[in-house]
Ligand binder design. Sequence first.
Ligand code: IPE
Ligand code: MG
Length: 220
Amino acid sequence: MDGNGRWAKQRNRPRVFGHKEGAESVRAVLKGCAELGVKYLTVYAFSTENWGRPQDEVDFLMTLFALTIDREMGELMKNGVKLQFLGRLTKFFPELQKKMREAMEKTKGNDRITLSVMVNYGGRAEIVDAVNEIVEHRTLNTEQRVEEKDVQAHLYTKGMPDPDLLIRTANEMRVSNFLLWQIAYAEIYVTETLWPDFRRDQLVAAIEAYQKRERRYGKL
Ligand code: IPE
Ligand code: MG
């Protein structure tokens, strides 16, 4: 979800104004996905690198996460949304962690659509965490080689299908440590639209572009 800061700057407003509006885009895109039959929406909300932003911006984002969980919970339950927060959650304030875990617990039985919010997330960190889990769970049988399915089964996204479509807003042409393992065969769609302007129409345009792609998975 890139371009919040630029969106605010264009309006001579502080960067955080863009984050606030960006939260409205998540809401609109989630609704659009649910209506279009998309089963999984995964958004990159806070990277392991984002702690390096000015303290007041980091604080604002933490508050925004907490307020948004509180505000949206009723709607999420009503619409059958399973909400998960994936990443190294232990770095967050205990109260925020608690809110995130409670939201996950409360919505875990919902099955219309899964919204995964990646927070304190890094693709490399996720793979490292998976490898450590495998090593810790290892029995004495060290003859056994670790296979792709083992790594897959220990990622934060275990049990979820790999994404078909990766949408990158604000014209950035990089992956920025997002779902490194999972996007092996994802179709990438880059748009100049800044995240706060990315709503249902832009989602439909992205999906239409995706439908025109021919996916070969390395075959002819
Ligand atoms: C949102 O956009 C990303 C978050 C960390 C929430 P940015 O804050 O990166 O916006 P730009 O790139 O400065 O426009
Ligand atoms: Mg950015």
